[in-house]
Design a binder for this molecule. Structure first.
Ligand SMILES: [Zn+2]
Length: 143
């Protein structure tokens, strides 16, 4: 069961990218249940960003909020700045959904600084794309 939570989270992200929101939601639920079952902060921190993104894509903002709080708690307790930043970058969609475009951008900028210093390149690239998306959305809101 150890890797199961993370594999389910990867399947959830894949389904999300393919636009299969229902599958993504099911994989995310399985992933969260598996991480909760073996009471593992490492898995909890590792899967949170994906779970937040899937919940946001499905319009489940209460679940996304809960996953964000749990994930940040796990990452903080374990002292994992990159995981924290990944969760904060993922939460940008949640903040946009709550109408806080400036806050969303700020979370991404701070996460990007962490990724540029010590994170994997793909997270920096994903976050740069997200900032560009937020800027487009921000203009749509003010236009
Ligand atoms: Zn684990």
């Amino acid at each position: 069961m150890f890797l199961f939570a993370r594999i389910a989270a990867e399947l959830a992200r894949l389904a999300l990218y393919q636009g299969s929101l229902e599958d993504a939601g099911q994989h995310a639920a399985v992933s969260h249940a598996a991480a909760t079952e073996h009471e593992c902060r490492g898995c909890g921190a590792g899967i949170a960003a994906t779970l937040i993104e899937v919940a946001c894509a499905n319009g489940e903002l209460t679940i996304a909020d809960a996953r964000r709080t749990e994930g940040l708690e796990h990452a903080f307790r374990l002292g994992l700045p990159v995981a924290s930043a990944e969760i904060r970058a993922a939460s940008a969609r949640l903040l946009v959904a709550h109408g806080d475009v400036a806050g969303a951008r700020n979370e991404c900028i701070e996460a990007l600084a962490v990724f540029e210093q010590s994170g994997p390149t793909y997270l920096a690239e994903r976050t740069r794309r997200r900032i560009a998306e937020i800027d487009v959305e921000g203009k749509a809101h003010t236009a």
